[in-house]
Design a binder for this molecule. Structure first.
Ligand code: DC
Length: 231
């Protein structure tokens, strides 16, 4: 079976990461959560006062800091998932907070942030054998990926999943606030100038609103087996 590149894009909280992680684990590929990278930059910016009061990014100052932001991943054998590190500090939990979620879209819209993250992502995927999830993987990071999947689900279903996830992590937030955040991020992610979220022409569409996690895992596994066995 040849080693391919798998790009999984889609809206926030649509279950992309769950699907991508499970697939990577089962087929022995490297998994990269690119949203975690934008989230880590956001955490850095929050900690260093790089947002104006209205929530916009102080881009000139952030640009000066970019050289000090080092994001790495380390596989955690306990959770069987990669953990995100910001300058050597484990930040996996902090980057999932609603505060980071509320600030990440403007950070992900800054062109020099995207250029830096995309370059790192392309370097990580040079050899193939990778499952990467995000918003622009099939369109910008790996336009040549052999398998591209675009995942979607209704905003209400996604907000409920995010709510359940935060409750399970002991960081509950009101459902209405989460739904508002999901809708706002959808808008910013699809309307930004650089690499807006869109389905690549050759991506397969998966609406998982009414699918269970095992069902979607089987669906993506079948697509992988088809593609990896093609000549
Ligand atoms: O997948 P996520 O919710 O953790 O992503 C966090 C934010 O980062 C989301 O609002 C969109 C942005 N993002 C992006 O612009 N490009 C990517 N490749 C991944 C995430």
């Amino acid at each position: 079976m040849k080693k391919i590149t798998i790009a999984i894009d889609g809206y926030s909280s649509c279950g992309k990461s769950t699907m991508a992680k499970d697939l990577a684990r089962r087929i022995g590929y490297v998994y990269v959560d690119t949203g975690a990278m934008y989230r880590a930059v956001t955490l850095y910016a929050l900690r260093n006062g790089l947002f104006a009061e209205d929530g916009s990014v102080l881009t000139e100052q952030l640009e000066k800091h970019m050289g000090n932001i080092n994001i790495t991943f380390q596989f955690n054998p306990e959770t069987q998932k990669p953990d995100t590190y910001l300058n050597g500090e484990l930040v996996e939990k902090e980057i999932r907070s609603l505060e980071v979620s509320n600030h990440v879209s403007p950070i992900a819209a800054v062109p020099f942030v995207r250029t830096a993250m995309v370059a790192q992502q392309q370097a990580m995927g040079q050899e193939g054998g990778i499952v990467m999830d995000g918003r622009d993987i099939g369109t910008t990071v790996f336009p040549q990926a052999e398998l591209k999947i675009f995942v979607t689900a209704s905003a209400e279903v996604r907000a409920q999943r995010r709510y359940d996830e935060l409750v399970s992590k002991g960081m509950p937030e009101p459902y209405e606030d989460i739904l508002k955040n999901v809708e706002e991020r959808d808008y910013i992610d699809t309307h930004r100038e650089v690499s807006p979220l869109r389905q690549a022409d050759d991506a397969l569409l998966l609406d998982n609103s009414h699918m269970t996690i095992p069902e979607q895992n089987e669906w993506v596994m079948a697509r992988y087996l088809e593609r990896a066995s093609e000549d």
